[in-house]
Structures are given as structure tokens and as C-alpha cells.
Ligand binder design. Structure first.
Ligand SMILES: [Zn+2]
Length: 361
């Protein structure tokens, strides 16, 4: 599953390329990604057509694009979802330009757009290189046609890309149908702080109110009676399970939980009640720091995500110290890394740096 840094790379890319554009038409090639939409396909098309995407916001792994009518387009990428932004300018000798039909849901030839410039905002289970974008349209599910930018000084900070300034499409490409899109109401945040990264508005989707703030959110309460540290220390559950609980702190998945626990030198099985406040604070900080490093690497390589039909692009190569390193030497002490199953998920750790508690429960 994509975790916070991967979703943030997608958010930043969308903010740069689609924020402030208006949805001129919507094509639904497959209704299944709209399964969470109240009212089904027609409601999705009706509620999006003519609306402007005002921003791109993320809380944890949760992504939404506020619309100019107070609602939002919510995007779930699941394990295999990709969002692709493609310019609609035809290449020198490409095929016909895609026909635009306002407000209509219709099937068209997805290959008609391969001449334009493309930006791949893929999120995949593992970092990989996309060598051949022409294979992607096979799994194209939903396509949003977007207007040109209303102006170059909209104040949103987005810099129009010269190759995409005549309009673009935003594609949801999904091989395994685990991702989805839907239009949802926005509701006020309980604490009055911004809903997430990417917008100062204190709003979040009505179906995301159970998602806690993430470790990189300045409005996250770490200390104090209702802070994350206190909640962890009040729980009998294993610290790794607590880190993965999106209602306690969001954005952390299996990879960054293992990395953060290795950095902090704490075994994932330790119950919250067995950890002192400073240890819990350290685990939260090391986990946040690993995600910040991953994000930096992702951000740095983001411009490399500009690809043409022959081009390759990819995510940063993660420098993992724990996740997936079972059987290899600990990068701190040289001891062989072990792996066990904890709460249904794998946990990779160093038996010397991360002392395992005696009893598993
Ligand atoms: Zn070690």
C-alpha cells in the first residue's frame, strides 16, 4: 500500500498540474471504481462536470480535491491505482486529437491521447520504472477532461506546465480495481485546524472524519492528555499495531512502521503500556523522520516523473534499513535481521537492537 510519502508525491504532482483547472467532461470507461459514489455513475458525472478543482489535500494516505461548490473529489488509489495527467496537445505526427464531449459519459479510444506529454503520478506497491505508458490505457477506468488554466497568477502557487497549458486529462488507471473515486461533502474539522496538507481550509471529507492527523501534520497533538503519546501509553496493544492504526495517527503503513521502530530500537510487539513517554515520543519522531527522508527523495526525483511515451520514470529508491531485510545484516550492529508475523502483518527487526519482549501477549 502507498504510505504517506508516496501519496504526498502524488498530491504535490496533482496540485502542480490539475489544481485550478475546471472539469469540462467526464468519461467513465468502467463504473466499478465509482462503487462508493452515492447515486452512481450519473451522479458522479453530474457533480463533477463544470466544477473547478480548487486544491489537492492529503491527510495521511487519504487524498481529496476540493471543488468550487463545497464538495470534494475523493481519490483512493488502493494497491494498484495510478493517476496520470496527460496533455492533449498532439505530437507532431500522432493520431487524431481526442474528441471532447461536454458533460457526457462515453467510451472512446484511450490510445487517442498518446501523443501528448504525460506526467505519471503512479503509486505502486513497490517502486518501479514505467517503461511503456502505452500499456496503461488498457486499464484506464475514468478520465476527467480539464480546462486550460484560468490564468498564470491565480495565487495558488501552481506553475502552469508549458506542455499541458492547452488542457489536459486526468486518468485513473487501475489494473486490479482496488482504487476508486467519488464526490463527497466536506465537513468542518473537529479541532478547527486545516483538514490536511495542501489547503488552509478547516474541512475534510465527511467519510474521512475517523482518520487521525498524520505525523507530518503541524496540527497533530503529540503530547498532553489527549495527545498521541498518551493514547499509545494507555493501550495494551503492540506498538507496531498502534502505529498502523489510522484512527490514532495516520499515514504510517508496514514499511515506515518497521523503519521507525528499527531507528528507535524498539521491538514492534512491545505493548503501549510498557513504553515510557520519551520512548514513545522517540518512536513517533524516528517514524516521522524516515517519512520526511523518503519524501525528500521522492520530491527530489519528482521532476524525473515527466515522461514521454518512450520515457522512463520512477520513484526514489528507498534506502530501507529494516523492511524486507530479513536474513540480511543489521546496518547498525551486523546481527542477522529476523521477521515474524505481528497482528497479521510482517515485522522485520534486529534481535539485538530491538529486544523482543518475553511473552508475545
Ligand atoms: Zn542491530
Amino acid at each position: 500500500m502507498p504510505e504517506l510519502p508516496e501519496v504526498e508525491v502524488v498530491r504535490a504532482g496533482l496540485a502542480r498540474h490539475v489544481a485550478r483547472r475546471t472539469v469540462t467532461s467526464v468519461e467513465v470507461l468502467d463504473p466499478r471504481p465509482l462503487r462508493r459514489q452515492d447515486g452512481g455513475v450519473q451522479a458522479f458525472v453530474d457533480q463533477l462536470t463544470g466544477r473547478t478543482l480548487t486544491a489537492v489535500v492529503r491527510r495521511g494516505k487519504f487524498l481529496w480535491l476540493p471543488l468550487d461548490d463545497g464538495r470534494a473529489l475523493s481519490a483512493h488509489l488502493g494497491m494498484s491505482g495510478q493517476l496520470l495527467v496527460r496533455g492533449t496537445a498532439p505530437a507532431a505526427d500522432s493520431g487524431p486529437v481526442h474528441e471532447r464531449v461536454s458533460g457526457a459519459a462515453l467510451r472512446t479510444d484511450p490510445n487517442a491521447l498518446t501523443g501528448g506529454r504525460s506526467v505519471d503520478l503512479s503509486v505502486t506497491e513497490q517502486p518501479r520504472y514505467v517503461r511503456d505508458l502505452s500499456t496503461s490505457p488498457r486499464h484506464l477506468r475514468v478520465r476527467l477532461h480539464l480546462s486550460t488554466y484560468p490564468g498564470t497568477d491565480g495565487g495558488g502557487g501552481a506553475v502552469p506546465d508549458p506542455g499541458l497549458d492547452d488542457g489536459a486529462v486526468l486518468d485513473l488507471v487501475d489494473q486490479r480495481m482496488l482504487g476508486g473515486l467519488h464526490v463527497v461533502d466536506l465537513v468542518p474539522t473537529a479541532d478547527g485546524a486545516p483538514g490536511g496538507m495542501g489547503s488552509p481550509e478547516p474541512l475534510l471529507p465527511a467519510d474521512a472524519t475517523h482518520i487521525a492527523r498524520d505525523l507530518l501534520d503541524p496540527a497533530l497533538k503529540r503530547t498532553g492528555p489527549d495527545g498521541v503519546v498518551s493514547k499509545v501509553r494507555a493501550s495494551q496493544r503492540a506498538i507496531k499495531t498502534l502505529l498502523l492504526d489510522q484512527g490514532l495517527v495516520s499515514g504510517v503503513g508496514n514499511i515506515y512502521a518497521d523503519e521507525g521502530l528499527w531507528e528507535a530500537g524498539v521491538h514492534g510487539l512491545r505493548p503501549g503500556t510498557a513504553l515510557g513517554p520519551r520512548v514513545v515520543a522517540r518512536i513517533l519522531e524516528t517514524t516521522a523522520e524516515v517519512m520526511r527522508r523518503a519524501l525528500q527523495a521522492g520530491g527530489t526525483s519528482f521532476d524525473a516523473l515527466y515522461v514521454d511515451v518512450e520515457g522512463a520514470s520512477g520513484f526514489f529508491a528507498r534506502e530501507l534499513r529494516a523492511y524486507g531485510r530479513q536474513g540480511q545484516d543489521c546496518r547498525r550492529c551486523g546481527t542477522g535481521m529476523l521477521r515474524e508475523v505481528l497482528g497479521g502483518r510482517s515485522h522485520t527487526y534486529c534481535p539485538r537492537c530491538q529486544t523482543r519482549p518475553r511473552r508475545s501477549r
